[in-house]
Write a protein of this length. Structure first.
Length: 87
């Protein structure tokens, strides 16, 4: 029984990061995102061409153009022209 519980915990720990969203900045300028996750607010600066993993348990993201999107995790977001496309 202990072995089965450990296997489930390890499996959950390994698969958790895969559920996070990834954001790629395709603009020529640094873009700053405001992320609200679990009541905590943070700003993330994305350099041109960089990708950041965010929101492992869902969040709201305010984009540079003022749009606000909800992410559950697992999405791929691309920022271009200050706007986002979610895949």
């Amino acid at each position: 029984m202990k072995r089965m519980i450990m296997m489930l915990l390890v499996s959950a720990a390994v698969s958790a990061p895969a559920m996070a969203a990834s954001v790629t900045n395709k603009d020529a300028d640094t873009q700053v995102l405001v992320i609200v996750e679990g009541g905590n607010r943070a700003e993330v600066a994305l350099e041109p061409g960089s990708t950041e993993t965010i929101c492992p348990s869902g969040c709201f993201v305010t984009l540079p153009n003022g749009d606000r999107i909800a992410l559950n995790g697992g999405e791929e977001v691309e920022i271009e022209g200050g706007a986002a496309s979610v895949k």
